[in-house]
Design a protein around this ligand. Structure first.
Ligand SMILES: Cc1cc2nc3c(=O)[nH]c(=O)nc-3n(C[C@H](O)[C@H](O)[C@H](O)COP(=O)(O)OP(=O)(O)OC[C@H]3O[C@@H](n4cnc5c(N)ncnc54)[C@H](O)[C@@H]3O)c2cc1C
Length: 368
């Protein structure tokens, strides 16, 4: 029998990178699948909802906290399952800090993770979100995922296809959060090629006249770019990109184009066309939301300690680490309304809202 320590009224604020939020009614640290199983049993007995918390870097927790049990994912492990001349398959505990995995891989000269250097969070959280950066996503390296299935109480493996990865989404965000990730199997290659097409990365190497950077240089470039663009997560609260980038059909793009032609300066419309040509594929048009926020004059906008970050306006920063969840949601609402008015775009949140009531949230999603 496992000795479970379930704490009550446990503060969550400092377990999130936003540094916002009230306490969990119940809180449990899970180091093994058994711990997870017992946490789920407890929630069933108490008839309370569960929330799995990893690095807390993609969530905004309500000022009232979470009225249920928070299971804090601390499952560790970093083992080689298979290795040959060209590749290695690793089994990594869902609670391992992502950037330390990247660091270890780069030291070993294993390619595949380097462009995702410095993404905060734990590997379990990255898989849920299909997190990515600078032209790569974690789904590029996922081989399989070991999960605890809340529905039947069994531990099973999902292969990559079963994970249903798409842009910032996966099966783990759906199906009533049926799966808790225990371990992730990732496949890395030994003689990889640098992926440096992404504009910021390409510019970095062009400036330094490096044509074929090695793995360590790629990691260094990403550290440099991120440190210059994003708030330092140790000092300033944020959850990274608060809004998703736009993935538009031709019809939606045309609507945006018409609306911007009516409401925005000529140069902005010209830039929109350039972006369309740069980021399109598979019949879909990708427009960076940062550009839309810029066009709407929202860069640098600050209110009640919440700031639209100048060098990356997708980020809402908790500048003095004193803002409340309500302050952030008020800013979220203002931004969505301003963008809708000027472009007809309904921005989607990339961050998850935890512990809020449905009606309460609906208020913040109103467009007029
Ligand atoms: C400064 C900064 C920069 C960022 N940059 C990027 C970036 O470049 N690219 C990017 O994609 N994201 C970025 N993010 C957002 C965030 O880091 C990622 O989304 C990350 O994947 C979240 O991982 P986490 O461990 O913090 O997850 P959490 O925030 O703890 O959880 C996120 C979701 O996953 C679920 N979850 C977590 N672990 C498990 C598990 N083991 N089993 C089942 N469900 C689980 C949670 O219940 C929740 O629904 C950034 C954030 C910050 C603060």
């Amino acid at each position: 029998m496992v000795d479970l320590i379930i704490k009550e009224n446990y503060p969550l604020k400092y377990l999130t990178t936003m540094k916002i939020g009230g306490p969990a009614r119940y809180f449990l640290e899970a180091k093994t699948a058994e711990d997870i199983k017992h946490g789920i049993q407890f929630s069933n007995e108490q008839n309370l909802p569960i929330f799995i918390l990893s690095g807390g870097s993609n969530v905004l927790i309500s000022d009232k906290g979470f009225n249920g049990i928070v299971i804090y994912n601390k499952i560790e492990g970093f083992d080689i399952l298979n290795e040959d001349i060209g590749a290695v398959v690793l089994k990594v505990g869902a609670g391992e800090i992502w950037d330390s995995i990247v660091e270890r891989a780069v030291k070993k000269n294993w390619w595949g993770l380097e462009n995702m250097t410095l993404i905060p969070g734990k590997i379990g959280g990255l898989v849920v979100q299909n997190a990515g950066a600078y032209g790569c996503e974690i789904s590029d390296v996922v081989h399989a995922v070991e999960v605890f299935d809340k529905k039947d109480g069994h531990i099973k493996f999902l292969n990559k296809k079963q994970c249903k990865f798409v842009y910032r989404d996966s099966i783990f965000k759906n199906f009533e959060r049926r799966y808790v990730i225990l371990n992730v199997l990732i496949k890395l290659v030994k003689n990889g090629k640098p992926k440096i097409d992404y504009p910021d990365v390409r510019r970095y190497f062009e400036k330094r006249k490096i044509q074929k950077p090695n793995l360590h240089q790629v990691r260094e470039s990403i550290v440099y770019i991120r440190e210059n663009k994003l708030p330092d997560p140790v000092k300033i609260g944020s959850a990274g990109s608060f809004f998703k980038n736009l993935v538009l059909s031709e019809i939606s793009y045309d609507e945006l184009y018409k609306k911007m032609k009516k409401n925005c300066a000529k140069e902005s419309v010209k830039k929109l066309e350039e972006l369309k040509n740069r980021f399109s594929g598979d019949g879909l048009i990708k427009i960076p939301t940062a550009y839309i926020l810029d066009v709407c004059g929202l860069k640098g906008f600050v209110e009640n300690g919440v700031k639209v970050w100048d060098s990356q306006p997708l980020v809402l920063a908790n500048t003095n680490n004193a803002a409340s969840a309500q302050n952030v949601l008020n800013m979220f609402k203002k931004i969505r309304q301003a963008v809708y008015k000027k472009t007809s775009i309904q921005l989607e949140s990339e961050v998850e809202f935890i512990g809020f009531g449905r009606q309460e949230l609906e208020e913040y999603f109103k467009l007029q």
